[in-house]
Design a protein around this ligand. Structure first.
Ligand code: URA
Length: 441
């Protein structure tokens, strides 16, 4: 078999066999297939697409490239949640403690920020001492003892995806349905949980910009999960503006603490309830999503979810004083107000641009080697549909470097569109896909 022939076959739009897909994935993981041939094939896949069968074979080849974690020593149904990537998306920090406080074990391997999208591990590292690199046994022990652990993906889990994702990131081949589905599902299946809720984001800050594409991606991932005996459900959610108000690592931790103290932004809480209630159903804690919502609201209101956050942070070596007194979290030297130049209604906030503004301040990585500024970011003061007068504050920039703040200011101004009132009500959840059904709301 030769890579040249595989690239040519896909370039002509033909279906690759299981053996050809395995030859590529295994060869690239071992370093036998060079980057230039892998890049050419990724671009051919991007342009000519993959069939459902090819996507399943790609997922399995990536899954089998490394270790499959055995969580059977943890009692009960273990659940996991994964987002396709967004701006201001701190749901894992809020949802994890909420679901664990309901007694359901959450075993989650998370990632770092990528491009304009944030990563849970970076956010958690704003808490002094917090340890994200756990070995397998520590991860299992933590889930057993505390019902919640969030750690970095070990090098042995889906190494093919690790290499391919880094290559896709620099060859403009991320936003393809088969490649995203294979990437996410190979990692989720390798991480060993029994049930998975996927948060498929759509909108200006998401990889999927089109609603039909987001439903297609959701269906593809749900089918892959269920075909491999993992109960998988996807929620399709709006990423046309950042989730909540805070974008940036420590700023998002602070907003998550507020949320668990029952003072969180409405959209963040609503999404946590939509995702969390489905997790509780899959974990057989409740029999309906409605019952799940009630249970989740209860653990926020009675303080159990907040206590679970403290317990979780302590279990991973984090300093709980940073949670009890959030002013201890890293803070920026400068906070700059961004004021509206016009009067009217906020028609749109380009979430990708807000993510890019945060990235330019140091909240994200320009290159894999970039060092993060955990204190940097943006806090929105107003979101879509709010009425504004000229001179009203739209957002605050938190930064430490004056030239970076200037750059972020320009990007942020361009992100806002002020105009006439929107006539369509904004929606947070567009639908749910499970093994039997595709529901559009
Ligand atoms: N998140 C992933 O893990 N993989 C992708 O391809 C896109 C988002």
């Amino acid at each position: 078999m030769r890579m040249y022939d595989i690239i040519m076959k896909k370039r002509e739009g033909k279906e690759l066999s299981k053996e050809e897909i395995e030859f590529f994935v295994n060869g690239y993981t071992k370093g036998e297939v060079p980057d230039y041939q892998a890049s050419a094939l990724l671009m051919a896949i991007f342009l000519k697409k993959m069939s459902k069968r090819e996507t399943v074979d790609l997922t399995k080849a990536m899954l089998n490239s490394g270790e499959i974690i055995d969580l059977s020593s943890i009692e009960g149904i273990k659940v996991d949640k994964h987002s396709t990537g967004g701006v201001g998306d701190k749901t894992s920090l809020v949802l994890g403690p909420m679901v664990a406080a309901c007694g359901l074990p959450v075993a989650k391997m998370s990632g770092r920020g990528l491009g304009h999208t944030g990563g849970t591990l970076d956010k958690l590292e704003s808490i002094k001492g917090f340890k994200v690199a756990l070995d397998k046994q520590e991860f299992i022990d933590n889930v057993n003892r505390h019902k919640l652990s969030i750690c970095s993906q070990t090098a042995d889990v889906a190494p093919a995806d690790k290499k391919l994702y880094a290559l896709r990131d620099v060859t403009a081949t991320v936003d393809n349905i088969s490649l995203i589905a294979g990437s996410i599902m190979s990692k989720k299946l390798a991480a060993g949980s029994n049930a998975i809720v996927l948060d498929v984001k759509v909108g200006s800050g998401a990889f999927m910009k089109d609603l039909d594409d987001a439903f297609e991606l959701a269906k593809e991932m749900v089918d892959i999960g269920n075909s491999m005996d993992r109960n998988t459900v996807a929620v399709i959610s709006n990423m046309d503006e950042p989730l909540g108000y805070a974008v940036g690592n420590a700023l998002e931790v602070k907003e998550s603490i507020d949320a668990l103290l029952n003072k969180g932004p409405e959209d963040l809480m609503e999404l946590c309830l939509a995702l969390g209630s489905r997790l509780l159903v899959l974990g057989e804690v409740v029999s309906s999503a409605e019952e799940g919502r009630k249970k989740l609201i209860e653990v926020v209101e009675n303080g159990k979810a907040y206590e679970k956050l403290l317990e979780f942070v302590e279990s991973q070596n984090g300093d709980v004083d940073y949670i009890k007194t959030p002013s201890k979290l890293p803070t920026a030297n400068h906070i700059v107000e961004i004021k509206s130049k016009d009067s009217g209604y906020i028609k749109s906030i380009n979430a990708e641009d807000v993510g890019k503004a945060a990235l330019s301040l140091g909240a994200g990585r320009e290159t894999k080697e970039s060092k993060l500024d955990l204190s940097a970011g943006i806090v929105l003061a107003k979101k879509i549909d709010a009425k504004v007068e000229k001179g009203d504050i739209l957002a605050y920039i938190h930064g430490n470097d004056k030239s970076k703040i200037e750059e972020a200011t320009q990007i942020l101004y361009d992100a806002y569109t002020i105009g006439a009132k929107n006539t369509n009500a904004k929606k947070l959840v567009f639908g749910v896909v499970d093994s039997n059904d595709i529901k559009r709301f």
